[in-house]
Design a protein around this ligand. Structure first.
Ligand SMILES: Nc1ncnc2c1ncn2[C@@H]1O[C@H](COP(=O)(O)OP(=O)(O)OP(=O)(O)O)[C@@H](O)[C@H]1O
Length: 382
């Protein structure tokens, strides 16, 4: 080990099976780093966490924490190394606080230090330190049932950290909390992760968790890592429709044209071409014609206009960033209305409430849509 940033890093390169489901993933999380793991239901997030935690043995691969090898299975599926779950020094924090109901808050937090061999007195001193650190010292004598959900989660954070874990696994830790409590917990956990430099894997459905807490994000899809990069890169250039929806942007999946644009096929032969404008610098980076390519744009960047009678819609070559569509669905959106069209139901278009009223938006009505090239980001897909 080289020491510094890389000592104590989590390295997991595993194949894990759960029934017919197969997870194949490689992640590395350095000390002082939080990796957010995003992905739709059933994509394998919990399987990944359970494999790292030691609750599932990988059928192939290894899990290492610094110089300690926690699990290794050969290509014949034989386990050659397996560290018992209670000796892994891994802190797990989920949606539910899972505090011991029959113990006081103080005894709950002292439990970890006690099981690591500390005597009762010093373990309680350690527990008080962590309760103070999370702002829950006043609850020390209470039972968990006498606390609110947010207060219990504070105590759960203290209990997890009091055990001095060498790795933190967080599974939707704020999902059961109301918005202000979740915000306070997010801030607290962010401070503590930075302070302790414990490598952390955070499974979440909330982009805010990733933005506030993590520097990098991995996106799981069907048991594989579909994208990994900085949070800004992943949310700014989503590779899957799931992350695009999470980031509040449209991801249009199509093929590259000769002009470096993206062409999408809609229903009933409708075609839509999206362009980010062309500059000499872009030309070299253009995807080859016919290759999978994508365009990302914000639902609010699309301009909606009425279609005047007699407008010639059909044309052999569609004009980039201009298209026609029939409204299929109208839904409320922050500050206005979100519409989707029959032709491209995967793309969302947002309008302020006043504009929606002025346009008399109705399902079945036809409109002309346009977007400025500088609002569109075109990328090749791999
Ligand atoms: N105990 C099990 N036995 C068999 N298959 C399982 C078991 N647990 C999970 N699976 C399957 O493994 C796949 C991945 O599940 P996993 O819980 O890892 O996904 P996830 O991304 O965490 O989903 P969610 O967001 O819903 O929690 C799913 O197809 C699921 O049906």
């Amino acid at each position: 080990m080289t020491g510094g940033e890389t000592s104590g890093a989590l390295v997991a390169e595993v194949v894990s099976e759960r029934g017919a489901f197969r997870l194949e993933a490689a992640v590395r999380v350095d000390r002082g780093e939080v990796l957010a793991v995003l992905g739709p239901n059933g994509s394998g997030k919990s399987t990944l966490l359970a494999t790292i935690a030691g609750l599932i043995a990988p059928s192939r691969g290894e899990v290492r924490l610094g110089e300690r090898e926690l699990a290794r299975s050969g290509s014949d599926g034989r386990r050659t190394v397996a560290t018992a779950v209670d000796r892994r020094r891994i802190g797990l924090l989920g949606q539910e606080s899972l505090l011991f109901r029959h113990l006081s808050v103080l005894e709950n937090v002292a439990f970890g230090p006690r099981s690591q061999g500390l005597r009762a007195g010093p373990a309680r001193t350690e527990a008080r330190h962590w309760l103070e650190r999370v702002g829950a010292a006043e609850f020390a004598a209470r039972r968990p049932a006498e606390l609110s959900g947010g207060q219990q989660q504070r105590v759960a954070i203290a209990r997890t950290l009091a055990a001095r874990p060498e790795l933190l696994l967080l599974d939707e830790p704020f999902a059961a909390l109301d918005v202000p409590t979740a915000a306070a917990m997010r801030r607290l956990l962010g401070e503590l992760c930075a302070e302790t430099a414990t490598p952390t894997v955070l499974v979440t459905h909330d982009p805010l968790d990733a933005i506030v807490l993590a520097r990098r994000a991995a996106v799981l899809h069907d048991g594989r890592i579909a994208q990994i990069g900085t949070v800004a890169e992943v949310l700014g250039h989503p590779a899957t429709p799931f992350v695009a929806a999470l980031a509040g942007v449209n991801l249009a999946l199509g093929v590259a044209t000769a002009r470096g644009e993206v062409q999408l096929e809609g229903t009933d032969g409708a075609r839509l071409v999206l362009s980010s404008g062309s500059t000499a610098a872009d030309a070299a980076a253009r995807p080859a014609v016919g290759r999978a390519a994508s365009a990302v744009f914000s639902p609010g960047a699309v301009h909606v206009a009425p279609v005047h009678e007699g407008t010639q819609e059909a044309s052999a070559a569609p004009v980039a960033n201009r298209w026609f569509g029939t409204v299929s669905l109208l839904q409320p959106a922050p500050g206005g209305v979100r519409l989707t069209t029959v032709e491209h139901p995967e793309l969302a278009i947002d309008l302020p409430g006043a504009a929606a009223v002025a346009l008399d938006l109705q399902p079945g009505a036809r409109f002309a849509f346009s977007i400025a090239a500088e609002e569109v980001t075109v990328r090749v897909r791999d």
